[in-house]
Ligand binder design. Structure first.
Ligand code: PMT
Length: 420
């Protein structure tokens, strides 16, 4: 498995992973995750809650992992096992994470070894929730996860499928291979350190009157995933977004609504950007003369005249400063790659991410996506159906490759000039 252009085994090899397992039926899948981590060369220290041991015996983990299972703050001679675990970890991954664990972690409650360990670590933490659909959708759980995301915790969302008791729905633990990829991404190279990246996300809203607007189905998930991945890979990120989704803790966030607002914000930020990624679904048309107040139904159906919005990406192509890299997305339902290639040329960009928004599980509002990345250099890279986080990393892999292929200024050009 490749992450950020690097084999996940070479990322995980020798890294110390604290694997937290909490009490849910999906604890059996954590066994497979443990094996995958060990196979990838990681040193795995399992920590089980008391409830987790009701689902899977600790011997199973102890046999597979690099260290015996730890369960309690009070066993063994070490008086501070949580700080030793936390300080020694390169990453902590909690799979499955129950609603109780998520709530305790979000509120800083350390009432067992695992919750104490995640509070005692400065290492990145990956939380993989799994629970029944009603619990997963409960605002308390979602609010707690938002708190964790804002603090920089990586949340690997559950998928849909069969749950305990035969129910079917959202809340099923992500597949172990996907969790392994997420852990490898977290530990991956900081190959965008020192690079300033502007990302746009979400669908714009074009007012018809004071209460109505024209918009599209973009949730902002793909753009936010690009921003998240860029920040994790060391970039200085500016995120221009129409949504209230959680943003990377280190990013500068500019919230906008309409295409006009997005144009202003993106052009202002792009002046000093090395890379601009336009993942936003910018409206192509807007009402020419939006009414200041609310149009009344009693006045009949309004005659809404539309006008084109500014094409921000094409504008960026015209204004681009030397060395700046421009990435567009192309949302299409037919002749996807052909139309995306035409946009690559017409908008004058370096990369276009062709997004078939009509295929199952891809495009608007899904947690997954499948794309083809087209380069102005003729390169073509197919990225099959996977999480939007993984697609974001694939896009950034192409960005890193393009930046590396750019002619570099002579290493000591300044010194040469000074010595003349
Ligand atoms: O947000 P999600 O729910 O996660 O869904 C993801 C996505 C489908 C929105 C995203 O992956 C995507 O495809 N974004 C681009 C959508 C789009 O507007 O495509 P387009 O083919 O209409 O535009 C091509 C490019 O020009 C895009 O980079 C767009 O940002 C840019 N554009 C378009 C119109 C305009 N007036 N100004 C622009 O800059």
């Amino acid at each position: 498995m490749t992450v950020a252009g690097v084999d996940s085994s070479s990322i995980l090899s020798g890294r110390r992973v604290v694997l937290g397992v909490t009490g849910g039926i999906a604890a059996y899948k954590a066994v497979e995750l443990c094996r995958l981590l060990v196979d990838a060369g990681a040193r795995v220290a399992p920590v089980m809650t008391e409830d987790a041991t009701r689902f899977v015996g600790e011997v199973t983990f102890s046999a597979l992992a690099s260290e015996p299972v730890r369960r309690s703050l009070w066993e063994g001679p070490d008086p501070i096992p949580h700080t030793r675990l936390g300080q020694g970890a390169d990453v902590v991954v909690v799979a499955p994470a129950t609603a109780r664990f998520v709530g305790a972690y979000a509120h800083g409650i350390s009432d067992d070894l695992l919750t104490a360990t995640v509070l005692a670590t400065r290492a990145p933490v990956v939380v993989c929730p799994a629970m029944h659909t009603e619990m997963w959708e409960h605002p308390a759980v979602q609010d707690n996860l938002d708190v964790l995301r804002r603090r920089g915790v990586v949340v690997v969302p559950p998928g849909e499928g069969r749950l305990a008791g035969g129910d079917v729905g959202a809340g099923r633990l992500a597949e172990p291979a996907d969790i392994l990829a997420a852990v490898a991404r977290v530990l991956g190279p900081a190959d965008l350190a020192g690079v300033r990246v502007v990302v746009s996300a979400g669908g714009t809203r074009e007012p018809i009157d004071a209460v109505r607007f024209i918009t599209n189905r973009s949730s902002g998930k793909q753009g936010h995933a690009v921003a998240e991945a860029a920040a994790r890979r060391g970039a200085e990120v500016v995120l221009v977004t129409t949504t209230a989704l959680a943003a990377p803790a280190s990013a500068t966030v500019v919230r906008v609504d309409s295409a006009a607002e997005m144009e202003r914000a993106v052009l202002e930020q792009a002046g000093s950007a090395d890379v601009v990624v336009m993942a936003a679904a910018v409206a192509d048309f807007r009402p020419k003369a939006p009414a200041a107040g609310k149009l009344s139904k009693s006045d009949g159906i309004p005659d809404v005249v539309l006008e084109p919005t500014p094409d921000i990406l094409a504008e960026l192509g015209r204004l681009r400063r030397p060395g700046q890299l421009l990435v567009g997305f192309a949302a299409e339902t037919a002749d996807v790659v052909g139309r995306a290639r035409a946009k690559l040329v017409s908008k004058g960009v370096d990369l276009v991410v062709a997004n078939d928004v009509g295929a199952p599980g891809t495009g608007f509002d899904h947690d997954t996506n499948a794309v083809t990345i087209l380069g102005a250099d003729g390169s073509v890279r197919d990225v099959g159906l996977r999480s939007k986080d993984a697609v974001a990393d694939a896009v950034l892999d192409s960005v890193v490759a393009c930046l590396a292929a750019r002619p570099q200024p002579p290493a000591d050009a300044g010194a040469t000039r000074r010595n003349q």
